[in-house]
Design a protein around this ligand. Structure first.
Ligand code: ADP
Ligand code: MG
Length: 252
């Protein structure tokens, strides 16, 4: 059965697109058939993270009825498919949840996972995609404002009968002022699927337009993102960072 998972966040800039591009790559490497959709129509950047942004046909064209879905599906070199959105400032009519559901339906027979990179927050653009999805993952930073917004998102998921799988805490620095994972888990009443450390390799990988699990697979962030992918599929992957990697990074 196809799993349609919305990747959402209360606050912007916390790492949703990073999580989507790396989950898509990791799940594809595990042998699953994956489609990543950029439903962040106003500030889309999934294509930018993946090194392809000049798509002739995008989700915008499909939603406006100007193109067929099959023409907006592109294959990433790591083996998953991407449906990008337009990166230009393009005014769109309000999209309805059933329009996304129709797109998901068309992809079901050929996909194990449909990952939806949502707009941040609780606005129409985000809620429409969350409502259309079956499951949701919330990405947050370990800070009170981000977690408070994440809590509101949790309520939105419940209201729309979208199953909240859990939280990915991104950019963890293990500083004393950060909210501990257990506190976040209690506050949102869902499990923490992974704690991804602050890692400068992530910024480098985005500059190189590659998911970090490909660009720097041994880095701490890549290891933890792989572990999130395993958790979603019910498998176990223990993140490991070798002594030689640590030593090499320290020398660098
Ligand atoms: P969102 O999609 O939620 O807006 P992005 O995935 O685009 O967020 O991430 C925003 C920025 O945060 C990235 O461009 C990158 O510079 C930085 N970033 C994300 N995750 C990490 C991380 N684990 N370590 C370091 N920087 C990160
Ligand atoms: Mg994004």
């Amino acid at each position: 059965m196809t799993r349609v998972i919305a990747i959402s966040s209360g606050k912007g800039g916390v790492g949703k697109t990073t999580v989507v591009s790396n989950l898509a790559t990791s799940l594809a490497k595990m042998g699953h058939s994956v489609v990543a959709i950029d439903s962040n129509l106003t500030t889309s950047n999934l294509g930018l993270h993946l090194g392809i942004h000049l798509y002739p046909t995008t989700l915008h064209d499909v939603l406006e009825g100007k193109a067929n879905l099959k023409d907006a599906i592109y294959l990433h070199n790591s083996g998953f498919r991407i449906i990008p959105a337009d990166i230009s400032l393009r005014k769109m009519k309000d999209v309805k949840s059933h329009e996304y559901m129709e797109i998901f339906d068309k992809l079901m027979s050929s996909s194990d996972f449909i990952l939806v990179d949502c707009a941040a927050g609780l606005g129409k653009e985000a809620v429409t995609a969350i409502r259309a999805a079956d499951e949701m993952i919330i990405v947050t930073n370990p800070e009170l404002p981000a977690v408070t917004e994440a809590l509101k998102l949790s309520f939105v998921a419940n209201k729309n009968e979208t199953r909240n799988l859990g939280i990915v805490i991104n950019r963890v620095k293990n500083e004393s002022h950060e909210l501990p994972a257990r506190y976040i888990e209690d506050m949102l009443n869902v499990p923490v699927l992974g704690k991804v450390p602050e890692d400068k390799e992530v910024r480098k990988s985005i500059a190189m337009k590659q998911p970090i699990v490909l660009y720097s697979p041994k880095s701490p962030a890549a290891q933890h993102l792989k572990s999130v992918a395993a958790t979603i599929t019910g498998e176990k992957y223990e993140p490991k960072v070798s002594v030689s990697y640590r030593l090499f990074s320290w020398l660098r």
